[in-house]
Design a binder for this molecule. Structure first.
Ligand code: GLU
Length: 450
């Protein structure tokens, strides 16, 4: 606990690339713990690698966090009582702590570098909230290839602190109470604990998150495809769904609940319930979660999510009233796993052009064109072009078919194809009711059905 008993956690990305899945996962679990406990979530930029760090990456990492809805309480853009929040601006603190270790003879100078003497005969207990107790003999915490003890560089000869040193100084001086990060840092933790001890500082809690595996059960990496969260945005995954899916990599709210939002997660999250079992990044699961979120959205939010993908497809959705496109998406009845798919599947509601480009008359084995022309003629005689209502259209069609000895399917299939260019769609009369008599006539007449 912090001085006032409050939890303080941090996400500490190096700005050497975009926010990738592993980083987003770590950020999300820190955010959850801060929100669950009413604590603070700190964003610290670890930019001591001056060659690879850029301001642009720092921005995209922040944008990625904002996209996922992971807001932070202290950070380089926000300030806070424990700044600065970029390591490159905290050099004095590192030098001061290093000099204290030299004075107490726990470290020595080698040229401009400062090196920590790894003690022997000490037991290091890492009591990890997620992994449990891990004991390491101090002389095993940092070893050369041949197994001999290797002293730990604190400050390199160029004056820059190493990761293991800067992270200790910062976590201590920022009052971090719990270090939540990827399991790849477990091996670093005993070294960090030794440095805390030598400085006479209390160690924070540590909670290492489970490894994320690709579908081939190998550690998730670039080889597995998309890594940046924005690539998921481009593919048509909703931020709420990616949030939900990432939270499921190591945690569930229990009770069989799999689909949830930030609020529920922030209320139910328990750090000690996170599993250390490696979590598999399963795209089918992501698709399922995304589809469920798409279904649960309000019509207006769903339309807003789909519009950029219609635009990408060159479809002029702005020509329609919003209510029309919202109803069209509602009629899609949960079809489409991603927003991109939903936009593709519903393209005919927006524009006739895609229908023309895929229309294939050979796919209908309906009745002779004459019968269809008779049917649509009677339909327009009865309804004209206004006041088209799905139920009335269907009732009329059933009666007409009954009287003329034609099966409803023989009418519905060619009609569906002429209106949508697809063999699968929502109910054809619902579709026609929504499109309206004018638009349907334009399409039906293009194929000479009226
Ligand atoms: N900058 C480190 C990383 O991105 C932070 C690790 C930590 O959280 O201690 O891996």
């Amino acid at each position: 606990m912090g001085a006032d008993g409050k939890v303080r956690v941090r996400f500490a990305p190096s700005p050497t690339g975009a926010l990738h899945i592993g980083g987003a996962h770590t950020a999300l679990f820190n955010w959850l713990w801060a929100r669950r406990t009413g604590g603070s979530f700190i964003l610290r930029i670890e930019d001591t690698d001056r060659e690879r760090s850029t301001a642009e990456y720092e921005r995209t990492i922040m944008d990625g966090m904002r996209w996922l809805g992971l807001d932070w309480d202290e950070g380089p853009d926000k300030g806070g009582d424990h700044g600065p929040y970029r390591q490159s601006e905290r050099m004095d603190g590192y030098r001061e702590a290093a000099m204290a270790l030299v004075r107490s003879d726990r470290a020595y100078m080698d040229g401009r570098a400062v090196i920590f003497r790894v003690p022997s005969g000490e037991n290091i207990l890492l009591d990890d909230v997620i992994y449990g107790a891990i004991n390491v003999a101090s002389e095993k915490s940092s070893v050369n290839q041949d197994g001999s003890v290797k002293d730990i560089v604190l400050i390199k000869s160029d004056g820059m602190p190493t990761y293991n040193f800067a992270v200790v100084v910062d976590d201590h001086s920022m009052g971090v109470t719990c270090v939540i990060r990827g399991e790849d840092h477990i091996a670093n933790t005993p070294k960090q604990i030794l440095i805390y001890r030598a400085l006479g500082w209390e160690t924070p809690q540590f909670a290492h998150l489970p490894m994320i595996l690709g579908s081939d059960k190998k550690k998730l990496s670039k080889r597995h495809g998309a890594t940046s969260v924005f690539e998921y945005s481009d593919m048509g995954y909703l931020p709420d769904a990616v949030f939900n899916f990432l939270a499921l990599l190591g945690w569930t709210p229990g009770g069989g609940v799999e689909i949830f939002g930030r609020e529920l997660a922030a209320r139910a999250f328990e750090l000690s319930n996170v599993t250390k079992k490696p979590a598999v990044f399963d795209t089918d699961k992501l698709n399922y979660v995304n589809q469920e979120h798409l279904k649960a959205m309000s019509p207006a939010a769903r339309r807003e999510a789909v519009e950029p993908f219609w635009r990408d497809l060159g479809l002029r959705y702005e020509r329609h009233p919003r209510e029309y496109t919202e109803n069209a998406l509602t009629l899609m009845g949960g079809r489409g796993r991603t927003t991109r798919e939903l936009a593709e599947y519903s393209d005919y509601f927006v524009d006739f052009e895609p229908v023309k480009s895929r229309y294939d008359a050979s796919e209908t084995d309906g009745p002779h064109r004459g019968t269809l022309r008779e049917f649509f003629g009677a339909l327009y005689d009865k309804f004209g072009t206004s006041g088209w209502e799905a139920a009335k259209l269907e009732e009329f069609a059933r009666e007409w078919c009954g009287e003329n000895g034609v099966s409803l399917k023989e009418i519905a299939m060619p009609m569906r194809l002429a209106l949508s260019g697809r063999k699968v769609s929502p109910g054809v009369f619902e579709m026609a009711g929504l499109m309206g008599g004018e638009e349907c006539r334009a399409r039906l007449s293009y194929y000479q059905f009226v």
